[in-house]
Design a protein around this ligand. Structure first.
Ligand code: SAH
Length: 509
């Protein structure tokens, strides 16, 4: 049983931080004895640019039989030999999930005393499991991991025997997950979904399993379209426990929908957090002024089919729906939680057919090209770019301007010069803890001009909010318009930015 977790980084944000996150030093190979064998943690590579941690579980089949756990999925006594000769030692399964929970306990709980901020940050992750038992087949694997915030879920069936292709596929798949997530979230998903896919829980399912499931499922399970299947399989199909868990998940959903649970969104800069203070100072909150400016610019561009990239909780979509000239509105965000809240706020489920045909919410990362985003009139990036680490920005640029290539692109971002005018903001501080950078007017213009030139767009600038004679407006907006003169197109640029767009990594060591 084997799994690797890879992350990439830079000198400022080194990939080797993975060692802090996992509480395992990258220079050491360590072994831990678990109830079913020995778990090894080692790092095949550890540089600031790229770091891979491997978890290897050596299952002891004899120990399993002694503990009465070596049997197959049915629980019926197997033929004597099958107790010793089975897939347990080789395939990632529920045993592996137990080892994961034991060896990476702090990481699962998003705890890191040395660097408390680290576990809260999403980072580029690549998880590879070469042999994952997948009862339900590759399709089910995709359905389970698809809605969880990964930008790529690659599932490849493993053939029974490469020498005899006519025998077909085994019940194992090779799973590769790629995306920008918090490590704790990735580990919690695996902790729950590996046993679900294995569907042969090796241990007696005790009532506290429901608690474990709800804890590991916090923030993603209640809203998962397959929460019923996940719950039932995780609890080894125990009717009583499943019903108990489903009732509790329903309570989570209800609590979320009547707003009695504080929504601390991982990433989303919300009106409450970021702009409520401003709202007190001004009669029209800045966020509303920004949305009005965006809607005006979209109308001026004659856009009908619009992408709201990094749509957050859907406030702009709400405004766009009020204007019938926007015939198709697609909200994209990397955060499933933000999308869940957006769907609820927009009352998508209760919307009439005509209205709901106009709007779609979809999960995706703007750091990767996405064919579904091509062919639109306009794309909006409202207060999104500053949430990306600067080194990731070229990837977003390429995904939006190089690949999706809408006729108009609107980008808004804070003007850092204006920060001295916020009474509540200490000097030198950015407006929101998740902002990775904030630009001056000159910096923003410089970036916008370079981006426009590279991808064949023209660009103009519009201030948003009250203009200050010295420091300018609080928000800056760039309106990019695709040049209609036929040029060489994006093809010539893909080489230059290819490396920054969708890093296709080779097979991990
Ligand atoms: N556009 C909204 C929300 C801005 S907050 C508004 O103007 O109010 C930034 C949003 O960008 C968050 O919802 C965050 O989840 C999303 N985001 C950050 N990085 C992203 C990425 N790489 N891909 C897609 N969305 C991303």
């Amino acid at each position: 049983m084997f799994m690797t977790i890879t992350t990439t980084g830079s000198a400022e944000k080194p990939a080797t931080d993975l060692g802090f996150l996992l509480h395992k030093h990258p220079q050491k190979a360590q072994a831990f004895s678990t109830s079913h064998g020995t778990a090894h943690v080692l790092y095949p590579e550890a540089t600031p640019e790229r770091c891979t941690a491997a978890l290897l579980l050596e299952v002891d089949p004899v120990a399993l039989v002694r503990r009465g756990q070596g049997r197959g999925r049915s629980g019926a006594p197997d033929a004597a030999l099958a107790q010793y000769v089975n897939d347990r030692p080789y395939a990632a399964s529920s045993l592996f999930a137990v080892a994961l929970g034991a060896v990476f306990r702090s990481a699962l709980n998003a705890r890191c005393t040395a660097r408390p901020e680290l576990p809260q940050q999403a980072r580029p992750l690549r998880v590879e499991i070469p042999a994952l038992p997948a009862r339900g087949g590759p399709e089910l694997v995709r359905r389970l991991f698809g809605p969880l915030g990964w930008s790529a879920v690659e599932v490849t069936p493993v053939p029974l025997d490469t020498r005899f292709p006519q025998w077909g596929d085994s019940r194992y798949v090779r799973l590769v997950l790629e995306g920008e997530l918090r490590l704790a979230d990735a580990l919690r998903q695996l902790y729950v979904l590996l046993p679900v896919l294995d569907d042969s829980k090796h241990y007696w399912v005790a009532p506290d399993e429901v608690d474990k499931l709800l804890r590991a499922g916090d923030g993603w399970l209640a809203g998962h379209p397959e929460h019923g299947l996940i719950t039932s399989r995780y609890l080894a199909r125990s009717k009583r426990l499943t019903q108990d868990a489903l009732e509790r998940l329903e309570l989570v959903r209800l609590a979320e929908s009547d707003g009695s649970v504080v929504e601390e969104l991982d990433n989303a800069a919300t009106e409450t957090e970021e702009e409520a203070a401003d709202a007190a100072e001004r009669s029209v909150p800045l966020a509303r002024q920004r949305r009005a400016a965006i809607v005006d610019a979209l109308r001026a561009a004659g856009a009908h089919r619009v992408l709201d990239l990094g749509c957050g909780q859907g406030q702009l979509i709400h405004d766009l729906l009020r204007d019938a000239s926007f015939t198709e509105i697609v909200g994209v965000d990397v955060s499933v939680r933000a999308l869940t809240i957006a769907a609820r706020r927009l009352r998508l489920e209760r919307m009439g057919e005509r209205q709901s045909a106009r709007v779609r919410l979809t999960q995706g990362s703007l750091a990767y090209t996405d064919k579904r985003l091509t062919g639109y009139d306009a794309a909006v990036l409202s207060e999104v770019i500053e949430h990306l680490d600067l080194p990731r920005l070229p990837a977003l640029e390429y995904a939006v301007f190089g690949s999706a290539r809408p006729g108009t692109v609107l980008v808004t971002t804070p003007n850092v010069e204006y920060n001295v005018r916020w009474e509540t903001l200490p000097a030198g501080q950015v407006r929101h803890t998740d902002h990775r950078f904030e630009w001056t007017r000159a910096e923003f213009r410089d970036w916008a001009h370079r981006t426009a030139e590279r991808h064949g767009y023209g660009v103009a600038f519009t201030p948003v909010g009250p203009q200050d004679p010295e420091v300018g407006p609080p928000t800056q907006m760039a309106v990019f318009t695709l040049n209609t003169v036929p040029d060489s197109g994006p093809g010539t640029e893909s080489g230059a930015y290819g490396s920054g767009s969708a890093p296709k990594e080779g097979t991990a060591a």
